[in-house]
Design a protein around this ligand. Structure first.
Ligand SMILES: Cc1cc2nc3c(=O)[nH]c(=O)nc-3n(C[C@H](O)[C@H](O)[C@H](O)COP(=O)(O)OP(=O)(O)OC[C@H]3O[C@@H](n4cnc5c(N)ncnc54)[C@H](O)[C@@H]3O)c2cc1C
Length: 337
């Protein structure tokens, strides 16, 4: 099996799921890495360290910023010349577009958001969750090459071996593009919930501490937002002590407590951390759809009948304004922070 793995990065920072895809490619046979960008020598070095048999690089200022047209043209032309059996992408916003455009160029299909993949002779059988994770389906693609995107944290990440190195091979760049990038909004890159090993999330309950007295002169909505800020400060501190990211329910996002980029669930991010701590979240079906792949769920909620307790390995019935700071202190001591 000859696999080409697209290494996705944002301004030189590699999405860890790229290395997971490379590890998957290696488990099936020979795996080459393909890197597009400008000044990407460090990524190429890292690709060898993560086990790539060959590293192909399209390095050009025209590829400094991701844009679909030059990236897809460069990738498709290169893939046509190499004829791999399989092209793997980590699933990200960029690669969803890139994989689809390349599939059109290469006259094949895309298997998206995979959590499993096996080869049976020449046939590649992929596994992916559907219907908000309630069912898992097995699918094959009749086109060649098979193009697939892998879900973050669904496959093991190979350890980097710094003794490994190699010589990169240049790829011809197709620089034609109708668009230019004028800038980035920081909010979209602020949270990377998909790759987080620990997520501490807050729900509507983070604003529910009537004993907190907001500054004078605030109306009810302002007081609610102020209380939510105090609640999310506790959630954030716990996340920081555990080296994790902050998530939220849709109710917290809709109420304006925290940006949409933090939302977990059916219409937010689907996450797969080792540890998910839900604070003041009831556990509505749409929220649970985003955390099915979490290894351990811990729930902190005042209401012992809250549905979140049905999926929680550990449940604490109590006020998050008491429990969360106590947990933070306990972890600080335990972790020597
Ligand atoms: C089409 C559609 C898509 C949706 N997509 C999403 C999605 O992606 N993500 C998502 O989260 N929701 C989604 N929802 C909304 C979802 O149905 C729920 O409304 C939402 O998840 C509820 O958020 P919550 O648990 O924070 O709030 P609530 O349901 O109001 O729960 C708050 C919880 O906090 C507890 N609590 C209150 N005070 C405290 C305290 N001091 N200490 C401890 N516990 C406390 C309460 O007991 C309660 O269980 C979607 C809905 C629809 C219709």
């Amino acid at each position: 099996m000859k696999t080409l793995v697209y290494i996705d990065h944002f301004k030189g920072e590699v999405q860890p799921a790229s290395w997971e895809a490379l590890g998957l490619g290696k488990s099936l046979g020979a795996a080459s890495a393909l890197i597009l960008g400008s000044g990407v020598d460090a990524i190429a070095k890292s690709a060898f360290e993560h086990g790539a048999d060959e590293v192909f690089v399209a390095d050009d200022t025209a590829l400094t910023d991701y844009r679909a047209e030059p990236f897809a043209s460069t990738l498709s032309a290169f893939a046509s010349s190499q004829s791999p059996d399989l092209i793997l992408f980590p699933t990200t916003a960029r690669t969803r577009e890139l994989a689809a455009m390349s599939a059109i160029d290469l006259n094949t299909g895309v298997l998206t958001d995979l959590i499993g993949l096996e080869a049976n002779g020449d046939e590649i059988i992929a596994t992916r969750p559907i219907y908000e994770g309630k069912l898992v389906e097995k699918i094959v693609c009749s086109g060649k090459p098979v193009i697939a995107t892998t879900r973050a944290r669904a496959f093991p990440k190979p350890e980097a071996d710094t003794s490994k190195s190699g010589t990169t091979t240049k790829v011809e760049v197709k620089a034609d593009a109708l668009t230019t990038v004028e800038g980035y909004s920081t909010s979209e890159s602020a949270v990377n919930l998909g790759d987080a090993g620990v997520i501490v999330s807050g729900g509507r309950g983070v604003s529910n501490n009537p004993s907190l007295q907001p500054p004078a002169g605030m109306d009810d909505k302002q007081a609610e937002l102020w209380r939510a800020q105090q609640g999310f400060a506790l959630v954030t501190e716990l996340a920081q002590v555990l080296g994790g990211a902050v998530g939220a329910s849709r109710a917290a996002v809709d109420a304006g407590y925290i940006p949409y980029s933090n939302q977990v669930g059916q219409t937010g991010k689907v996450v797969a951390p080792d540890l998910y701590i839900a604070c003041g979240i009831s556990g509505a079906i749409q929220h649970l759809a985003g955390i099915r792949a979490a290894k351990i769920v811990v729930a902190i909620n005042k209401d012992s009948d809250a549905p979140i307790f049905k999926v929680a390995r550990y449940g604490v019935v109590g006020d998050l304004f008491v429990i969360v700071p106590a947990l933070t202190e306990a972890f600080k001591k335990k972790l020597g922070k």
